[in-house]
Design a protein around this ligand. Sequence first.
Ligand code: B12
Length: 272
Amino acid sequence: MGSYRERCTQASLILSKAKEFGADVVGLAAVENLKNGPSETLFPMMKDHSRDHFAQRITTGLPHGAVYWEEDARTAIVYGVAHPQDKPEMDWWCGGIDPPGNKKLAQIGKALEEFLREQYPGMAVYPKLYHVEKGGIYLKEAAWFAGLGCIGRNNLLIHPEFGPRLRLRAMLIGEALPQTGPLAFDPCAGCEEYCLKGCPRKAFGEVIYTEEETGLSRLPARKGDYYRKACVEEMSRNEEEAKVQVLPQFSEEPLKVTKYCRNCEFLCPVGR
Ligand code: B12
């Protein structure tokens, strides 16, 4: 491990490289702060996991919802790509083809991994998959510690410039670098909660998790009123109603295009 000054220089280089490779936002979080976080703690107490087929895809060997941490992982590099409302195709699933936003995140991850392995041979580098069941981490929490924004009333990470219209990924490294957050930022205080009012399933309709019952002060959508099953029902309807389209930027073949509900993102006034 180098001196504090050396680690700061290393951190700045990594952050600027991630931006150079296409990340709109990037920050660093200490792995120690992410362990046993509220998402992981709440998971076994969840009223309805819904989409429980994810449980069948567990490759970590851990209980559903538990995070696999590599023993020597010290810092999470958390990066994100803006998904603005005027580029909705960033988030469209066309047949089995990854949405352009996911592809961009994958490209950034690949370039960053190559850079880290070449620049710091011997340093552990663990690119993290999206699904916690497959070794991923809880990205919103990691982004909060990395200073990328706050977790808002819509239960999403809200960035000061891009609002909640961001997609996130992370990579862990074996070097303990200075954390870049959290940030003092709370746009939800005093907001009229347009995000909640516009939910087609009223997924934020009633408090289902309390601090008394869970022992957690950090609850889904802050007040414990985000109901995952209602959200999933809307997303399943989006899948059923997906129309067959020809989108040349994806494929010459006609394919089913799934456009998932994003009301809680689009109705947020931050970053517009
Ligand atoms: C499974 C999953 C889903 C499931 C279940 C969601 C859920 N929240 O349970 C379904 C399919 C329903 C879903 C829906 C959506 N998802 Co989703 N989803 C995930 C995934 C893979 C894991 C989330 C999870 O299981 N959390 C566990 C539960 C228990 O926690 P939770 O509900 O998030 O609540 C915790 C936090 O809010 C936290 N918390 C609250 N306040 C605070 C404050 C602080 C300081 C801290 C540290 C923590 C904290 O404490 C709560 C637990 O008590 C993540 C990717 C990842 N690897 O993290 C993406 C992810 C969260 N989803 C994302 C998105 C965009 C969506 C949708 C908009 C759909 C879409 N079009 O993509 C909706 C929005 C739903 C919403 N408003 O929350 C993005 C969010 C980006 C952002 N800006 O925040 C992520 C990060 C994926 C990505 N590509 O970037 N999703």
